[in-house]
Design a protein around this ligand. Structure first.
Ligand code: ZN
Length: 204
């Protein structure tokens, strides 16, 4: 999955609402993730978190918080090893380990996977299909990991124009996902034309 479906009928009144998925990689982070969760809760936005297994093992409470808030959990490997330096066997073992951990902590199935840096060889891809995982990439990348200020994040948010099915890549191990969410939240609801969804909502 690189992009979600297009506009969906709005239902009650005229016009259309577009689905956009916000996704957060490289957490859980005990500093940044809880602040982000607070903001998502304030705006009633549901999102998807691609968690790194070894961080999830260290910060189980944060994983539980993410799950309890109704966000989708995704698998971002156990150690976030460099894709070109990881064999297929090691990679798939990391995915299995992370899946088992996230399913134990959250008590729900965890079949979404985003490979580190979005890089997959044919063998790794085949292995993920055999594990019945859904591979989720993205089509919008603000590069928040290389931003240096809140203003930079807000400027990106102000220029962003949502398109139906956008999958936005953000990182909750950096502070700039929060101001970006703050900015793009203006699009939410019928007035703004956007419904923020979890990737799992598109798979049902
Ligand atoms: Zn990553």
């Amino acid at each position: 999955m690189v992009q979600g479906p297009g506009c969906s009928p709005k239902g009650r009144s005229s016009g259309r609402v577009c689905d956009v998925a916000l996704t957060f990689d490289d957490g859980p982070d005990p500093g940044h993730t809880p602040k982000l969760l607070e903001l998502l809760d304030k705006y009633q936005i549901k999102a998807t978190f691609f968690l790194i297994g070894e961080k999830a093992a260290r910060h189980r409470g944060v994983v539980q918080q993410i799950a309890a808030a109704g966000h989708a959990l995704g698998n971002h490997s156990y150690s976030h090893a460099e894709p070109c330096q990881t064999t297929t066997a090691v990679f798939l073992d990391e995915i299995r380990r992370t899946r088992d951990l996230l399913e134990t902590i959250s008590n729900r199935p965890c079949t979404l996977v985003r490979p580190p840096k979005g890089v997959l060889s044919a063998g790794k891809q085949l292995g993920l299909w055999r594990l019945r995982m859904t591979i989720a990439l993205w089509n919008v990348d603000p590069r928040d990991y290389s931003m240096h200020s809140r203003q930079q994040a807000l400027t990106w948010g102000a220029a962003y124009r949502p398109r139906a099915g956008d999958i936005v890549l953000l990182h909750d191990n950096h502070p700039w996902a929060t101001p970006i969410v703050q900015s793009v939240s203006r699009f939410r609801g019928h007035a703004g034309g956007v419904r923020f969804v979890r990737l799992s909502d598109w798979l049902q």
